[in-house]
Design a protein around this ligand. Structure first.
Ligand SMILES: NC(=O)c1ccc[n+]([C@@H]2O[C@H](COP(=O)([O-])OP(=O)(O)OC[C@H]3O[C@@H](n4cnc5c(N)ncnc54)[C@H](OP(=O)(O)O)[C@@H]3O)[C@@H](O)[C@H]2O)c1
Length: 246
């Protein structure tokens, strides 16, 4: 158990795999009470099952972050179950990295809808609760792609830059009661790397994943660090990347 994390009510999107799954386990082991969201019910159930089998407190809610009602349902579940929401981790994401010439408009739309609209849906759902409580924390998962743009990551990097800008804008408006944190990972060993792409790019991403990626627990540690700070201390921004990443 961790003094600052034990009992904290955390809603987390993208909890069915990768960084979200690792973060759920990290926080559960420290005594957080979790409300986990993702679209794949079977994978979500497996994560919830593993946490509860280990004595942790977690419930799963099927959530598509592109849908406003789903984010409201996630937040409402936390409030109904625990009477409050302390942290919303907006982690859901999709890495449809393709060259512009491929014209993967569905992939572009998915990234805009997931990273930009999805983040805004989370803010709209949680902000009124945080204001009512006069406390709460947004933890938004960005990417090093928002700091160094590398082809063919243009659209992905643009949406993650939007995450960075929205997070800083929200922080400035949040006032003294709320905390707003951006956690920007570099190459992380998850199933999401290369998932939304094909051909040479998929091969390159897979090669990078094998060669240099850090474990998702590295990002979970960073998210946990931001959450475990005492009230009144806001870790605004963490960039966490493999040492081997240029
Ligand atoms: N891995 C990396 O190298 C890396 C680097 C920098 C940043 N990131 C960011 O880290 C975050 C997590 O990615 P990951 O690497 O852990 O990949 P991942 O294993 O593919 O995880 C992505 C998660 O997001 C969920 N998700 C995707 N679209 C969703 C939607 N519309 N609604 C709800 N949930 C959705 C997925 O679950 P369902 O499919 O079940 O919905 C899954 O749980 C993303 O924001 C990603 O951009 C990753």
């Amino acid at each position: 158990m961790h003094e600052q994390v034990a009992g904290t009510v955390v809603a987390l999107t993208g909890a069915s795999s990768g960084i979200g799954e690792a973060t759920a386990h990290h926080l559960a082991a420290r005594g957080a009470r979790l409300v986990l969201g993702a679209r794949r019910q079977d994978r979500l159930d497996a994560v919830v099952g593993a946490i509860t089998a280990a004595g942790g407190d977690a419930v799963g809610v099927v959530v598509d972050v592109t849908r406003r009602d789903d984010l409201r349902h996630l937040v409402d579940t936390a409030v109904e179950r625990h009477g409050r929401l302390d942290v919303l981790v907006s982690n859901a994401g999709t890495m449809n990295v393709t060259p512009f010439d491929q014209l993967d408009q569905d992939g572009w739309d998915a990234m805009v809808a997931t990273h930009v609209t999805g983040l805004l849906n989370g803010i709209a759902a949680a902000l009124p609760v945080f204001r009512r409580q006069a406390s709460g924390q947004f933890v938004n998962v960005g990417s090093t792609a928002a700091y160094v743009v590398k082809a063919p990551q243009g659209v992905y990097a643009a949406t993650k830059t939007a995450v960075k800008i929205l997070t800083e804008g929200l922080r400035q408006e949040s006032g003294p009661d709320l905390r707003v944190t951006l956690v920007s990972p570099g190459f992380t060993d998850t199933e999401g790397v290369g998932k939304g792409t094909t051909g040479d790019v998929a091969a390159w991403m897979e090669q990078q994943r094998v060669a240099i990626a850090m474990p998702p627990s590295a990002v979970a540690n960073a998210i946990g660090f931001a959450i475990e700070q005492p009230a009144g201390v806001d870790v605004s921004e963490i960039v966490v990347r493999p040492t081997a990443q240029a």
